[in-house]
Design a binder for this molecule. Structure first.
Ligand code: F6P
Length: 358
């Protein structure tokens, strides 16, 4: 029996740990299983770049960051568009799958990758997928692997900033990844003791931020730390259509990212010195934390079990700490966003953290 495997989209911690979980369980279930590793995500499936993996390839990788298969971003929107040489990518993927006589394709990926996995399912391929992303924005699972490791790194960045902020009495902004959602910023912001947390799901009002900073000054606090999601947006901008927002951006000062824009506005309004820190891709790097190693192992083993049961077209997921599976058609194209009224936010507000909204 031959199983294909690929890692797709942005990398994150625990990709290797998850593949190890799938492989170890498969090797234990079947004597004759062969795993085919596709290089650089769907690209490897399209252009038939693959190699036969050995059981030893999956040893010693539990703690290894990145992905031993390599990855790439192959936008879902482009999947139906032929490549530069006119190649039909979907047909090419189906061809590789059939030529190799795969029983199933295992996909480790985030939102875009799950959409492509669902498209391949619709095209008749047997698919089992696993929820990968530091953003934790996949529908159908409470948790994605990579998220907790990234929370630890972003928290560490805020911790480091704390000592310098306290020494200098400045305002510091730490910009956290997360794409269009605020899970990473919310959790790292809370864990790092940020005073103000700005999320895409809760558009901010600059007046409220300025007032929160002034209040801290009145209380004799020498410094303030803002954890700002890369996708944070002001109330004003959130009210605009995509087109209007694009037009507005074209005609105003351009900043490298939202944290710099907010920083400049705070200085202009309060005269306070502001420094911006962007940990960026550090948040996806290094070894997976203990939580992710456990989650990866559980999800990996559960994916192998789906293959054993021939239950195809599902993403393995975690709900209330139980491992389960969700139909790919439910997952594809849906984002799991932070609920602005969720209890974590209410509790954070109770201890005085401002979300820039009230
Ligand atoms: O989806 C993971 C993520 O790190 C997001 O948080 C971020 O917006 C994006 O990927 C960055 O993508 P890239 O690595 O392509 O710059």
């Amino acid at each position: 029996m031959r199983i294909g495997m690929l890692t797709s989209g942005g990398d994150c911690q625990a990709l290797n740990a998850t593949m190890r979980g799938v492989a170890k369980a498969l090797y234990k279930m079947y004597e004759d299983v062969e795993i085919v590793g596709f290089e650089d995500g769907y690209k490897g499936l399209i252009y038939a770049d693959y190699h036969i993996m050995k059981p030893s390839d999956f040893s010693g990788i539990l703690t290894k960051g990145g992905t031993i298969l390599g990855t790439s971003r192959q936008p879902f929107k482009q999947m139906r568009v032929p490549d530069e040489s006119g190649l039909d990518k979907v047909e090419a993927m189906k061809h590789t799958y059939r030529k190799l006589k795969l029983e199933c394709l295992v996909v480790l990926g985030g939102n875009g990758s799950q959409k492509t996995a669902n498209l391949l399912r619709e095209e008749g391929l047997n698919i089992v997928s696993l929820p990968k992303t530091i953003d934790n924005d996949l529908w159908g699972t409470d948790m994605t692997f990579g998220f907790q490791s990234a929370v630890n790194i972003a928290t560490n960045a805020i911790d480091c900033i704390h000592t310098t902020a306290a020494s200098h009495g400045r305002v510091f902004i730490v910009e956290v990844m997360g794409h269009k959602v605020g899970w990473l910023t919310l959790h790292a912001g809370l864990a790092g003791g940020a005073d103000i947390i700005l999320l895409p799901e809760i558009p901010y009002d600059l007046d409220v931020i300025v007032e929160a900073l002034k209040e801290r000054n009145r209380q004799g606090k020498r410094f303030s730390i803002l954890a700002v999601a890369e996708g944070a947006i002001s109330k004003e901008d959130a009210a605009l259509s995509k087109k209007e927002l694009k037009e507005k951006k074209k005609n105003s000062v351009s900043y490298p990212s939202i944290a710099y824009e907010i920083g400049a506005q705070i200085t202009e309004r309060t005269g306070q010195e502001v420094r911006v820190t962007v940990p960026g891709h550090m948040q996806r790097g290094g070894e997976p934390c203990a939580y992710d190693r456990v989650l990866a192992t559980r999800l990996g083993a559960a994916a192998a079990k789906l293959i054993q049961e021939k239950k195809y077209g599902y993403m393995v997921a975690v709900k209330n700490d139980e491992i389960t599976s969700v139909p790919l058609e439910e997952v594809a194209g849906r984002l799991k966003m932070v609920d602005p009224n969720c209890s974590v936010i209410q509790e954070a507000k109770l201890i005085g953290i401002s979300f820039g909204d009230e």
